[in-house]
Design a protein around this ligand. Structure first.
Ligand code: ADP
Length: 140
């Protein structure tokens, strides 16, 4: 197993309900280290650029509106197999399908407003980290 880094976003439905600390505790309990973190507000254009891989999906407009609707906390998580580990801690996209104890099972409101984003592969993790952070901002 290798040490990896992955991009995480605590989404507006979670920041608005003051859940940043509770979600961060889930990451840390799973052995993921928060090695960079900042709270920002995305424009709809920036959200659209970040999620451009979903541009053809029917929910793309709704997703961009939602991601720009309030503050998000963007973070880099580091640890053994961090990409997969984070996806496990997050739970399934639809909270109705998410395993007990996962972030989405406990906190997500719907398939769209599902509290967290996490990179799904090493290539996307590298791209998504570079979208938000410079090397100087990541301190492992
Ligand atoms: P994940 O975030 O679990 O990797 P996807 O990459 O499939 O899931 O989708 C990206 C995001 O788009 C989801 O986290 C969710 O916010 C939104 N989304 C996915 N499916 C739907 C849907 N059917 N309706 C509304 N929003 C959706």
């Amino acid at each position: 197993m290798a040490t990896e880094r992955t991009l995480s976003i605590i989404k507006p439905d979670a920041t608005s309900r003051n859940l940043t600390g509770k979600i961060n505790a889930k990451f840390e309990e799973a052995g993921l280290r928060i090695v960079a973190q900042k709270r920002i507000q995305l424009s709809k254009e920036q959200a659209g650029e970040f999620y451009k891989v979903h541009a053809e999906r029917p929910f793309y407009g709704e997703l961009c509106e939602f991601m720009a609707s309030g503050p998000v906390v963007v973070q880099v998580l580091e640890g053994e197999s961090a990409i997969t580990k984070n996806r496990e801690v997050m739970g399934a996209t639809n909270p109705a399908d998410a395993d007990e104890g996962t972030i989405r099972a406990e906190f997500a409101e719907s398939v769209g407003e599902n509290s967290v984003h996490g990179s799904d592969a090493p290539e996307t993790a590298a791209e998504e980290i570079a979208f938000f952070f410079s090397g100087l901002e990541i301190v492992g």
